[in-house]
Every structure is written in C-alpha cells, then in structure tokens.
Design a protein around this ligand. Structure first.
Ligand code: BGC
Length: 768
C-alpha cells in the first residue's frame, strides 16, 4: 500500500535540523559526555529531507495530532479516559496507539490512519512488552538474578520477534529505575539495587529489543523508563515524591539511563514522581538540559500515562492547559493518554505560550522514528499474519523461556543438601496457594501472555518430571490473600504432608501484589501461609520452600526452620518445568540476588553499597551502645546482594594483584582462583567489588565493578581475572566533577557482596 506522500523531496539548504537545544545548568564539563549518535543507521540527509517536506505540508492541528498517544482500551494500564480512539485516529488526532496488538487489529487501526486522514501518516503501535510478549519470561527482577547478560538479551530479542509480528513497533521497556525499597511494588520491574548491574542489564535489554538495526521488521523501539528517580518513591508508596541530592541522582539513578542511551535506546519515558519539587514530566532540567542537552538524546520523549494531567494534583500546574504548556516546554514530545496536547496546544500557540518551533521539534522526533521503522515505505510491514502464526509458541522460544527461568532462580538455603530431590522412590506433598497456580506463574506486566491455560504450574512441572516414579500429593492448604486467615485447608495439607517424605511449600505473593500500584508496608507472607508453614513444621518432615514473589520478603522464620529455600520469582510460561529442573537436579542453580533481602521491613532501605557512618557497628557481639544500629535487629541483611547457593561448593583462593598501585594510565589485574570443590558441575558468578577508602565525599563500603559467570566441572578450577583502570574508580567528587581521587582502595572478590577475599592497592595520582 503506497501512502499519499511517498516522494522524497530534497530541500537543499532548507533542512530543519532535528536536534538538541542545550540549556546550560552550570554542570561540570565532565558530565557532558554525548550518547553515540548514529546507532540507528540513519541516512540523515534523506530522512531529514523527507520529514521536512512532510512537515511543510502539515497543518498545526495535524502536527499536534502526532504528539498524541492513546490506549486502544484492550489492556488497562491506568485510569480509563476516552474510548473514542478510533474516531480520533480518523480525524488525524492520534500519532500512536498503545495496548493494541495482533496483526489483524493493528492493520485495521493502521488502515484508518493511512486511508482516512489527509496525509495518511502511519501510526506507531506501543505496548508494555516487559518480560515477554506471548512467551513469558521471568519477571525483570528475576531475570536480573541470572546475571547472565546474553540470556537477558535473548529474552528481549524473542519478545521483540513475537511482538513485532503482531504489529508492534515500540515497547515501554526496559524499566531502568534503581530500586532499593521492597515495599514499592515496581521493584519487580527493574534490575534491582545496583548501578553497575543495572547499567549492564539496561544495555542488554535495549540491544535485545532493538537489535542493531531499527529498520528490520523484527526489531522494535525500546524505552528507558521512568526518567527519573522514580525508584526512590518515598516510603515505597507508588507515585510518591522523590527528593535527593544531585550527587545521588547523578551517581545512582541516572547512570542506567545513560547506559541505555549509549546502547541506542530510541525513546525515554518520563516518570510520575516529582523530583526535588518538580514533576518529572514538567522538569526542564531533566528533559531539556540533561537528556536532550548534555546527553544529546535524539530519540523521542514520551510521558507516562496521564502524567501531564497529574501535574495539576501535584500542585505544579494550575489546570491541564497549564500542565501542557509546562510539559512541552520542558522537553516532552508525546503525551500518553492524557489528551492534553491535543486539547490545548493549539490554544497555547495562539496565546504565544508555546512556540511552533517547539512543536515542530517534537513532531520531527516522532516522524523520524516512524521513518526509521520503515513505516513510510510500508505502514503495514509489522502487521503480518504469517509471521504472527510462525512466531507464536515456537518450541525454541519456550525452551529459551525455560532456560532463562532456571538461570533466574536463586537457592537461598540448602541445609544438609536436601536438594536436589530423588526422581524415584519418594513421595512428595506439594502444598500452598502457588502450588498449582498458572495465573501467578507469569507475574504482572505479562503483555499478551496467556494467564489461564498455557503457563506450566509447579505441580504440572513436577508431575511431568517424575511421572509415576514419585508419588505426588497436592493441597492448596492456605490463602495468600491479604487479611485472609482462613485455616480450613490446613487439615488436608497436614494429611498429605504426614504421608509424604518431603514437603514442598509453594508460597509467596499473588501475582498482582507486585508491579504498578502494588506497594506494601509488610514484607511478610500474606494470608494464612505463614501459619500453615508453622503447622507443617510441627510434623517434622523435611521442608522445601519454593517462593514466588516479586520483591524481597522477610524470611527469618523460614530461614531458621525450613531445610531449603528456592527463590523462583514469577518464572514465566515455562515456570513449573524450570523449577522442577532445579528441584530434581537437572539444572544446578546459579542465580544471585540482584537486591538485598532484609530481615525486617524496618531496615528498609537496605542495600549493600551503603555508607559506613561515623559510628559503624561491628557485628562481633560486643556491647556497642552509641553505634549506628538497631536495638532489636541486626544491621546485616538476611541474604545480601549477590548471594545465591549452588548444589556444588566453590572455593576461592586469595586475591593476587599484579601491581600494588596504579597511575592514571595503568591497568591493574586482580586474579583469583575459583575451584569447584563439590559434587556437581555448576556455574558461579564471581563478583568484584571496590571501596575507595577515603574521598572528598564519603564513599560506599563497596561497589560492584565487575562480574564473570563461569562454568566449572567437578574438581575443575579456573583463574578469574579482572582488569581495573583509573576510570573505573571515578565518582562525583565534592565539586560534582566526575573523576578519581588518589588514595587507598580495597578490592574484594567473592561469591556475594559479603563473602569476599580482600586485597588493597593505591591510586597514585588522580590525573585530573
Ligand atoms: C506505567 C508505565 C507503562 C504505562 C503504559 C503506566 O502506568 O507507569 O510503566 O509503560 O502505564 O502502560
């Protein structure tokens, strides 16, 4: 289908250069690093000429229509506003649609835009393809626990292949917010608490969705969200305010966004929160200055769902019209679901409050993305029935989902090597509300994934694994609903436990207790699950706790009383098979926590790279009254960042440094020998941490600076080396310049953030 204006007109010197307009904020030059510019393989001159020609023929209303992103209503991801999107498409008042998919439906909507509007500009189709589209992978926090960047990239790649076949061009992922508060339900959507790991995973996900060529029909625009600092919502309550120092913002919350930009991310979504008093969606410092200015971001800035409108209740805008003015002037390009731009921008232009230049810049960014995707050549190229059929439930995709799921699981306890279980000659009681649940298995934000039939429940996975060789009983036993203390199922659960050799308790949270609008003040197991565990414990049989949850839980009782604990997050479509692979030893777990598990919600926020304080508390049992501590709980977490066991044991040698000091241009190599001294082949994530002992500002007790996932056969050992150069030691110094400071450093290598071997070195000269 040819569209009406498909003719490239070269406009010679009249090219309107799309691009950044930097507003100086007085930031130090060291933060001016630009994102690499041509990751999208643009033929810039041709693209700009085409778009300039198109824009020269657009009315102001048509331009404003391009800035409007509406939900189709197929999926509800926020408050419902208007249901007349089809009529608006035909009126040319919509530039993009989200929550619509299938080749057929996207084709139908696209046809309206192409055939019914004056210029026939194609729509963009967006969707939250977060951890799978049809084939669902583990929730994002779970995937992060794999520390396996290739696996994470593959998961995003497969998601993009499936989604693009159904007409989608654009995913609202990855969520790259650093998250340190398990009360916040959205902790499940990110990569956890650490900046370094977060940056690596952001890069892997962007690459997975976008591939290395946006014009390919199986790649889609990725979105780094939510810009910025949303992960620090006060008290873990969703949509709440954030207030943080410039140093914390630059040092912790912004780097994963910058990493996504460097990987070529095509869009950035603003956040719901206000940051230091200014809502992110009207925040010119964040959008105009940092993102589009200092970082030279050339992609498109979309708001979060009605976040322009929300600047009114925030108390930042007088009314929606004012909110629209603030948003476009701050650097927003596209209005998600709020209809503020489409309702008010024309009036704001007439009143001289918004310039046409500003609108043109936003329109251009959107049209450029459509151009890059090849939509002006063929608006229907993504809505392909044949490809859709071919992509659906591909065995290879399901196998990949099973593999990523296994890689994501974290063995938290395995007393007496109770796991793996024997595949014959035993009887098992599977107990708990999550034991035979399909709907929970795929977690929240599970896109077009089937929740009712396709996911493999734990019970199904176990039965498929052991066939008739193991007797498997099942009882739901308890409720996982908040405030439901129902114990009517306990007797049945106790009865099957009595007649079994092992009790497998499948417990945790219902799938929608995490994700958006799912904050909790408690990290305990909801409902009557804890009471059932305690009742079952009295029977005295070996107990294995299989956890399904989207946030760290406070597991003190379980840690003290059950024999084994396996964190499986929400493992996705193939979850039951993947868990069974681990329980019965077909896969040796290697996942490591990407987030700290506290002992108590009162310790929150608790993360490994905290500061030391002036009165650090040493956990050596000595009476230390005036120290930074709690009277009733240890400072330490229950399970630290980076923690996770294996069925085998890994022994670490001492660290060897090839030099005692390094200068600005040197490279230091730290080597450790890791041996598999246990009885199973297995994988280990070897982690490198560094502490800058003294700085012009206080520094974290340690920071992750590298990791390697290695495979060791039984009895095998390997030297693992990390190279460190001065730039790896950079931070935001007292004057907010980014660089290093000469001095002493501690270097740690180990199996998690607390269990490490130490070495020391000196940085002789800062070089800057
Ligand atoms: C969420 C975003 C999401 C959007 C569209 C919002 O409520 O905060 O993360 O991309 O809805 O569904």
């Amino acid at each position: 289908m040819k569209i009406k204006f498909f003719a490239i007109v070269l406009l010679g010197g009249c090219l309107l250069l799309a691009g950044a307009f930097a507003v100086s904020s007085g930031m130090k030059s060291s933060r001016q690093a630009k994102a690499s510019s041509n990751l999208w393989h643009d033929n810039k001159a041709e693209m700009e000429a085409f778009i300039s020609d198109l824009m020269s023929r657009m009315t102001l209303e048509e331009k404003i229509g391009q800035l409007n992103l509406l939900s189709s209503g197929w999926d509800v991801t926020g408050p419902r506003l208007q249901d007349n999107s089809k009529a608006l498409i035909k009126e040319g008042k919509v530039g993009a649609i989200f929550n619509a998919y299938t080749a057929e439906y996207t084709h139908e909507l696209q046809k309206m835009a192409v055939e019914k509007t004056r210029l026939g500009i194609p729509l963009l189709f967006g969707y939250d393809v977060i951890h799978g589209f049809r084939t669902i992978f583990p929730i994002s926090l779970g995937e992060a626990a794999s520390w396996d960047l290739a696996a994470i990239e593959k998961s995003a790649r497969i998601s993009a292949i499936e989604a693009t076949a159904e007409g989608l061009h654009w995913t609202f992922a990855p969520m790259v917010d650093i998250t340190r508060d398990p009360r916040w339900g959205r902790i499940s959507e990110g990569a956890g608490e650490d900046v370094y790991l977060g940056m690596k995973i952001a890069t892997a996900r962007v690459r997975g969705y976008q591939g290395n060529d946006l014009s390919r029909v199986d790649t889609m625009l990725a979105t780094a969200k939510h810009f910025a600092a949303y992960g620090q919502s006060q008290a873990g309550r969703d949509y709440h305010s954030t207030d943080m120092s410039e140093r914390e913002l630059w040092g912790t919350y912004l780097p994963p966004f910058k990493a996504a930009l460097d990987a070529g991310v095509a869009s950035v979504m603003t956040a719901f929160n206000d940051l230091n008093g200014i809502p992110a969606t009207g925040n010119a410092l964040l959008l105009n200055d940092i993102l589009k200015g200092q970082w030279d971001f050339q992609g498109l800035v979309v708001t979060d769902y009605t976040s322009i409108n929300e600047m009114v209740p925030h108390g930042f805008a007088r009314d929606e019209k004012h909110a629209g003015e603030l948003a476009i002037n701050a650097g927003v390009d596209m209005d998600m679901q709020g209809s503020v731009f489409v309702s008010h921008l024309k009036g704001l232009v007439d009143e001289g409050k918004v310039s046409v230049v500003k609108i043109d810049r936003a329109v251009r960014r959107i049209l450029e993305m459509k151009y890059r995707l090849g939509l002006f050549e063929d608006p229907y190229r993504y809505s392909n029935e044949a490809r859709q059929q071919a992509a659906k439930k591909k065995p290879a995709f399901l196998e990949a989902a099973r593999d990523v799921a296994r890689k994501s699981m974290v063995l938290l306890k395995n007393e007496g090597q109770i796991l793996p279980l024997k595949k014959q000659g035993i009887s098992i009681a599977v107990i708990g509300p999550l034991g035979d649940s399909k709907q929970d298995m795929i977690g929240s934000w599970s896109a077009a994934g089937d929740r009712m039939d396709e996911p493999v429940s734990l019970l199904e996975g176990i039965r498929a694994k052991v066939g008739g060789d193991v007797v498997v009983h099942y009882a739901k036993g308890a409720s996982y609903a908040f405030n439901d203390h129902d114990q009517s199922g306990f007797a049945e659960a106790m009865a099957i436990a009595e007649k079994s050799d092992v009790i497998i308790m499948a417990m945790g949270e219902k799938w929608d207790m995490t994700g958006e609008a799912a904050s909790r003040t408690s990290l305990d197991m909801p409902g009557s699950q804890q009471a059932l565990m305690e009742a079952l414990h009295k029977i005295g049989k070996p107990m294995v706790l299989v956890l399904m949850n989207g946030r760290p839980l406070a597991l003190n009782w379980a840690d003290d009383n059950v024999n084994a604990i396996l964190e499986t997050w929400y493992a996705g479509t193939m979850g039951g098979h993947a868990i069974a692979d681990i329980l019965f030893g077909d896969y040796n777990p290697a996942g490591k926590l990407p987030v700290t598990f506290p002992r108590h919600v009162g310790q929150v926020p608790l993360y490994y790279n905290m500061k030391n304080t002036g009165r650090p508390y040493a956990s050596d049992g000595a009476e230390q009254k005036y120290r930074s501590r709690y009277l009733n709980t240890l400072n330490d977490p229950l399970y630290p960042f980076g923690y996770g066991l294996s069925y085998t044991q890994f022994s670490y040698s001492e660290v060897i440094l090839d030099r005692p000091s390094l200068g600005p241009k040197d490279v230091l190599t730290a080597t450790i020998n890791v041996a598999n001294s246990g009885g199973y082949d297995g994988e280990e994530v070897v982690q490198l941490y560094i502490q800058d002992v003294t700085g012009s500002v206080t520094r974290p007790v340690k920071e992750l600076k590298g990791f390697q996932k290695i495979h060791l056969a039984v009895g095998e050992h390997k030297n693992v080396s990390f190279k460190i150069s001065a730039k790896d030691l950079s931070f935001y110094r007292q004057d907010m310049s980014y660089g290093v400071e000469a001095g002493d450093f501690k270097l740690y290598i180990g199996t998690n953030s607390m269990d490490v071997k130490e070495a020391r070195f000196t940085l002789t000269n800062s070089g800057t």
